[in-house]
Design a protein around this ligand. Sequence first.
Ligand code: UDP
Length: 226
Amino acid sequence: MTRCDGRKKNELRDVKMEVGVLKRADGSAYIEWGNNKIFAGVYGPKEVIPRFLARNDRAYLRCKYSMTPFSVEERKRPGPDRRSVEIGKVTTGALAPAILLENYPNSMIEILIDVMQADAGTRCAGITAATLALVDAGIPMRGLVSACAAGKVDDEIVLDLCKEEDNLGQADIPLAILSRTEEITLLQMDGIMTENEVEEALGLAIEGCKSVYQMQMDALKTKYGD
Ligand code: UDP
């Protein structure tokens, strides 16, 4: 099967990552993943606002995902919506196990993910970029979180759906893996697949996450050396 953009079924889109791109954030990264263009900025550890969210045994982690109005085909109304709140929440869940939050009680780490251009797979690209921004901020990590989706298009299981495939797609499974512990920190699915198809898609997504991990390591080496 050839895909609409000519990729093989187990082939990722072109991915470029750059660490430390924003001067005023404590840590930052930029990712181009196919036609997705996303910035991630990290602030903190800093004072918790509002204060009642403070925990005396660990840092409070907050991830905010947002899309610019011009990031999508049909202009998006600025400001949060149900989808962005949900993605912020699952991103927090995907990243929290990677961070030594217990090192920073009574403080807060804030991660902002801003989508400049979207073309499906933005939550995975955002999680991947946010991980680099956390490292850039010097926040101690258990490992890197690498994310990638696989899904079903035209009755075929394929890696990393682009928007055109997402529109026709029958299912999509975004996945995030924490290196070292190899824990899965994000697993979602929309659509319908058989048990065998889910297994095949997960296999592809796991391989995809491994390639993403290598690219994250390369981006970090480019910035900081070996
Ligand atoms: N999208 C859109 N308008 C919106 C929200 C999403 O056009 O208001 C597009 C965008 O390209 C996004 C894709 O739909 O990447 C798939 O969205 P989904 O909710 O599946 O999340 P994602 O795949 O980006 O993690």
